[in-house]
Ligand binder design. Structure first.
Ligand code: APR
Length: 309
């Protein structure tokens, strides 16, 4: 098998956790890059030294030089500020837009054939920046959010029912913000919708906790935002792409008419495979679900309008 190469830009909490999780998957070599000198090199070496214990031959290197990212198959962008208590993801808009814009210019020069996965918040608007700067086909630019929001919902369902996470599926659509749209009708336990297993009160409580899931962690940490579940979510997407799994995962992608949204990055279920986002998976939505999704898309559009892209 030809070795694959995944670059993770930003070696902070999310980036370093992602690099470690990718090394554990043992599917690809990893390049970890950051503007802080020595830090990505140190973290990469630390991860590499875990290799014999975790059974991973992945080459993990750290660098401050984009030349080392040359020819990446996938680029994961985590560079930028995380939010602090009291901040919304949208408060990061202008600062992170500059960082993500700059990173995209550099990385794209060296890996024009890569698939891009954005993690930096506000996630949907940052994906739009990458898309508009690179002018890549929409199949190759996406954001990681739906996997994270859905894994949070799956966890809360598992906690509520005392049933294995392995039996639980869930879809959370929309932008990665307070307006995201958990879909209880499509959340299932071994194929049975949770609407048949839980009261309205339980479902509303779980949906609400899902919407505020990131904020709950920010409040507890006090100094930054979540990183373990975000890293695991990136790995899920990377694995689906590298193994050409054709897996249905909720991801932030450029909609072109699907779900009544045109020309905007919003989270919806898609089929992920070697080609990246191979198809938008269209679910039937009720009028109220569709209205919630529209409101969420409108919130993303507001940010994109501020950026003028
Ligand atoms: N190029 C490369 N790295 C950069 C750049 C840049 N231009 N600007 C900042 N960075 C690096 C920082 O040096 C830091 O190491 O990005 C890293 C961000 O790490 P943290 O501050 O630990 O933030 P983290 O928790 O990893 O979150 C990163 O992911 O989930 C989102 O909202 C979160 O936008 C935030 C991003």
């Amino acid at each position: 098998m030809i070795r694959k190469k995944v670059t993770v830009v930003g070696a902070g909490f999310v980036g370093a956790s992602t690099a470690m999780a990718l090394a554990q998957q043992n599917l690809t070599d990893v390049v970890l890059t950051d503007i802080i000198e020595g830090m990505p090199q140190g973290k990469a070496l630390d991860i590499r030294e875990a290799g014999p214990l975790i059974g991973s031959d992945a080459e993990v290197i750290g660098t401050n030089n984009y030349v080392d990212t040359q020819g990446s198959d996938i680029v994961v962008i985590t560079a930028g500020l995380p939010r602090k208590p009291g901040m919304s993801r949208d408060d990061l808009l202008n600062t992170n837009a500059k960082i993500v814009g700059g990173v995209t210019d550099e990385i794209f020069k060296h890996s024009p054939d890569a698939i891009f996965i954005n993690v930096t918040n506000p996630l949907d608007a940052m994906a739009q920046i990458i898309f508009s700067k690179t002018k890549l086909p929409r199949s190759r630019v996406m954001g990681m959010a739906g996997c994270l929001d859905s894994t949070r919902m799956r966890t809360f369902i598992s906690m509520e029912l005392g049933i294995s996470v392995e039996n639980i599926h869930a879809f959370v659509l929309g932008g990665h913000g307070d307006t995201m749209v958990p879909l209880p009708r499509y959340a299932t336990v071994s194929g049975v919708p949770i609407t048949e297993l839980m009261s309205e009160e339980q479902i509303n409580r779980i949906s609400d906790r899902t919407r505020k899931g990131g904020g709950e962690i920010v409040k507890l940490l006090g100094t930054g935002s979540a990183f373990y579940a975000p890293a695991a979510s990136v790995c899920e997407m990377v694995e689906a792409i590298l193994l050409d799994k054709k897996k249905i995962l909720p991801c932030c992608v450029h909609l072109e008419g699907e779900y009544g949204v045109d020309g905007l990055f919003v989270g919806v279920p898609v089929i992920l495979g070697a080609g990246g986002m191979e198809k938008v998976w269209e679910l039937n939505l009720t009028d109220s679900e569709q209205a919630e999704l529209k409101a969420s898309a409108d919130a993303v559009q507001e940010l994109v309008d501020i950026l003028g892209i």
